[in-house]
Design a protein around this ligand. Structure first.
Ligand SMILES: *[C@@H]1O[C@H](CO)[C@@H](O)[C@H](O)[C@H]1NC(C)=O
Ligand SMILES: *[C@@H]1O[C@H](CO)[C@@H](O)[C@H](O)[C@H]1NC(C)=O
Ligand SMILES: *[C@@H]1O[C@H](CO)[C@@H](O)[C@H](O)[C@H]1NC(C)=O
Ligand SMILES: *[C@@H]1O[C@H](CO)[C@@H](O)[C@H](O)[C@H]1NC(C)=O
Ligand SMILES: *[C@@H]1O[C@H](CO)[C@@H](O)[C@H](O)[C@H]1NC(C)=O
Length: 396
């Protein structure tokens, strides 16, 4: 009996070892990662969105390997609140980030919020943030690897693409073979006239290698534009001042675009181009009249590219589905096949209001089925886009 038992245990142990090896092997070959790139106050100044003047070759390349969403909206047109919705999946009024996080504003999400980085960290995924964070508190939004404005100059960590490239490379060295979640917050193409007027209205002189005393960003080849050529959005008055401003914005977008190219190159060099879900978006509209902070389409509409290596047959397509930045958390959880935790906020059970975009990717041609429900939900969260979008949405 004892011998039989021992025999059983031994056999069992062998199976365990075999399973462990299989598990490791499977883990390795089907490793799934997520890279989210959030630009700061970026809009649709890209050929991806039919702006033929502002050149964004790297974003174009990413778009060719993505589904491009034409009707994506944030639920709030302000930096910290919008970022809190991207990272928590809960609208700002539910997660507590009603206003800006930094200095005197001092807004924070509620202590009990279970953010995306927290959920992923608990699931053993290596989490990283590089660049602009602008949300808190730290224990609600913890990252294993964190190089942000909290302990760097925002110019370096958010606009110096050579510096960013180095931090991204270090992240991949540290993540080694673990599945990862990397969030990169570029500070470009945010305005900077208020804090660094000497660097130009969009910090377009920072590191350009021409302007005296602004240093040099080795990886950036600035692209310049004639104000006569720029495309003035319909909601901005067409004046010489606006045109000069937009030309500066475009030059800064060239730094963002080349930075995205460097990040994607690091991803490739780390061998993860084929097992990483990549999302590109922005926090709110462009910093022009009627844009950022306004409850109009130009304040709330966002660029959104979703590149999934598991949906290659959909690459290059566009989607007219009405989607929200609140969809990002459910999408990432779907990708990692993780459930959203059960918990309460202010004594009420928390549920995500939005859904995964991975279903939308499969349905870009016949997008009615999974995305129609989402349409209805998104309308509720993007109230102000109601007038323009509801008709389109409902007619789908
Ligand atoms: C860009 O132009 C193409 C071709 O005319 C059109 O199919 C597409 O919907 C346009 N995209 C946007 C965002 O307007
Ligand atoms: C910044 O803070 C993070 C988190 O505390 C730490 O891991 C990192 O080493 C710090 N970086 C610098 C340059 O101080
Ligand atoms: C950008 O970062 C690189 C690498 O750290 C550094 O050599 C360069 O001086 C920085 N440029 C500026 C303008 O700060
Ligand atoms: C750049 O600034 C330095 C010191 O401020 C000055 O000595 C130098 O002449 C300036 N160079 C140019 C090209 O303006
Ligand atoms: C990427 O993954 C696909 C399967 O999803 C595979 O067919 C292809 O060979 C892979 N490419 C590379 C470069 O690993």
């Amino acid at each position: 009996m004892a011998a039989e038992c021992k025999h059983f245990v031994a056999k069992h142990q062998i199976f365990l070892v075999v399973y462990a090896v299989l598990f490791l092997f499977t883990q390795h070959t089907s490793a799934k990662n997520v890279l989210i790139i959030v630009a700061d106050d970026a809009g649709f100044e890209s050929q991806v969105y039919n702006n033929s003047v502002c050149k964004t070759p790297h974003l174009n390349l990413l778009a060719r390997q993505s589904v491009v969403f034409n009707k994506a909206f944030t639920s709030v047109s302000s930096c910290s609140p919008s970022r809190s919705t991207i990272l928590s999946g809960l609208p700002q009024h539910q997660n507590g980030m009603y206003g800006l996080h930094h200095s005197v504003h001092h807004f924070n999400s509620f202590d009990q919020v279970r953010s995306l980085p927290l959920i992923l960290q608990n699931a053993g995924i290596y989490t990283g943030i590089i660049g602009k964070k602008h949300v808190g508190p730290e224990y609600v939004y913890p990252f294993d690897y964190s190089e942000t404005e909290e302990n760097h100059s925002i110019l370096q960590v958010g606009r110096n693409i050579t510096y960013i490239r180095k931090l991204v490379r270090r992240f991949f060295q540290k993540s080694s073979s673990r599945p990862f979640f990397l969030y990169i917050g570029f500070h470009d193409p945010h305005r900077c006239g208020h804090s660094h007027p000497e660097l130009g209205s969009f910090c377009e002189k920072f590191g350009d290698g021409i302007t005296n005393g602004t240093g040099f960003i080795p990886d950036w080849k600035p692209v310049y534009y004639n104000p006569k050529d720029v495309k003035v959005p319909y909601f901005v008055p067409d004046t010489p001042a606006a045109r000069a401003d937009i030309a500066a914005q475009y030059t800064t977008i060239s730094r963002l675009d080349q930075g995205i190219g460097l990040v994607l190159h690091e991803l490739y060099a780390a061998g993860h181009l084929n097992d990483t879900l990549i999302l590109y978006t922005s926090d709110n509209g462009i910093p022009f009249p009627n844009g950022r902070t306004n409850l109009f389409d130009p304040g709330l509409a966002e660029p959104l590219l979703v590149s999934s290596p598991h949906h290659k047959e959909e690459w290059g397509k566009t989607s007219e589905s009405l989607v929200s930045l609140l969809d990002i958390v459910p999408t990432v959880l779907d990708w990692f096949q993780l459930p959203y935790p059960k918990y309460k906020l202010l004594k009420k059970s928390v549920t995500l209001t939005e859904g995964t975009l991975l279903q939308c990717l499969q349905a870009t041609v016949f997008m009615r089925s999974p995305c129609t429900i989402q349409c209805a939900q998104s309308v509720l969260t993007s109230i102000n886009s109601f007038a323009t979008s509801t008709t389109r949405c409902l007619s789908q």
